[in-house]
Every structure is written in C-alpha cells, then in structure tokens.
Design a protein around this ligand. Structure first.
Ligand code: ZN
Length: 198
C-alpha cells in the first residue's frame, strides 16, 4: 500500500460522523494491521452495500429490496403509520420491537434556520398516503428538538382534514433528545404511552 493510499483512506474515514483526522488515523492503522481479518471483509461488505442498498420507494427505509422488507411484511398493521426523521430513527424503533405498523421516513425536518422547507423533504408522500385512506393513526415520532416539533406541527395541520388520530411519543423523550440515542426500553415506553396531539 503506497503512502498516498493510506492518506486517502484516512481522508475518507475522517468524513464519517464522529471521526476527526486523529481518530481516522487510528482507525486506519487499526484496519491496516488487521488486513485479512477486518480490512478485506469490511471493504467487501462496503462494496456489496454500495451495489445493493436501495431506498424504499414506499417508506424511505434502506434495504436491499424495494419495497423494503418492512413494507412487504404482511403481518404488520397497515392502519398505523409512524413518521420518523431519519432511517436511524426507524432502526431505533425496530430495535425496541414495540411497533408493528408501517413507517415513513421524512429525510430530515423542516428548518427555517437551515432553509429546509416542505419541498426539500419527503413530506408529501406520507400526507398523500394518509389522506388516501386506510390509515387510522399517524404517530409523529419526531425528535424532541425545535425543528422536530415544528415538523410535527406542520404535519398535524396538513393531516387534520384526514380524520385520523394523530399521536406523538410521550414521556421519556428528553427535550432536544434524538430517538437514536434512547435506550430501547425508554423508546418502547414512549411509544406505548403516546398521546393525541392538539
Ligand atoms: Zn419500505
């Protein structure tokens, strides 16, 4: 491995969330010193993922099949739709095993500060899905941040004419909290004790 290859690897790893240049250098050394046991299988797994992972056209989840395996699962309740900001939130809810309905991933939140309006989000499809009928409850499982709450408010306004029960996660989600960081028990409790909005 030429030195520039190593530098390139460091630069790429430094782009990962939570990794700066220093930890990227440590990770690179760690990988290179475990070339057979870690670096080669990791690079193969990444190549596979780059080739095969798709965005589900129905809910926005990531999977190797489209519609994703959650959308295809006929044992899940089609009458409850849980709206989340990111795929990481969907995964967090799946880990909690507390929810057996359908999902929709917005791909972010509305943010006046960052100039994110409804057009920048995957926000019309779930509205269409709900207003199209067949859904009894929409759970707005958005983060307890200002932008998350703004987005919840926007969605509940838009969905108000649909005659569906709109709920949000209850206690246990700290202000400013992100779902992905909650332990599974807390998330599960917040989901079970969800309450109606407005
Ligand atoms: Zn899906």
């Amino acid at each position: 491995m030429a030195h520039s290859d190593i530098d390139h690897l460091i630069q790429l790893l430094a782009k990962l969330p939570g990794l700066g240049p220093r930890s990227a250098r440590r990770a690179t050394l760690y990988l290179i010193s475990r070339r057979e046991s870690l670096l080669a299988p990791l690079s193969a797994a990444m190549a596979e993922a780059a080739l095969n992972v798709k965005i589900c056209g129905r809910c926005g989840n990531l999977d190797t099949v489209d519609p994703c395996s959650i959308c295809q699962d006929i044992t899940r309740d089609p009458s409850i739709l849980c709206v989340v900001e990111d795929v990481s939130d969907l995964w967090a809810l799946e880990r909690s095993e507390a929810f057996k309905g359908q999902y929709h991933v917005l791909g972010g939140t509305l943010s006046a500060l960052d100039g994110v309006g409804p057009d920048e989000l995957n926000i019309e499809p779930p509205i269409g899905r709900v207003l199209g009928g067949g859904i009894d409850e929409v759970i707005l499982a958005l983060n307890a941040t200002v932008d998350g709450q703004t987005t919840s408010h926007y969605l509940s306004e838009r969905l108000s004419e649909g005659g569906v029960n709109i709920t949000r996660l209850a206690h246990g989600v700290p202000v400013g909290g992100e779902l992905d960081y909650l332990d599974d028990g807390t998330l599960s409790a917040a989901l079970k004790s969800r309450r109606s909005l407005g």
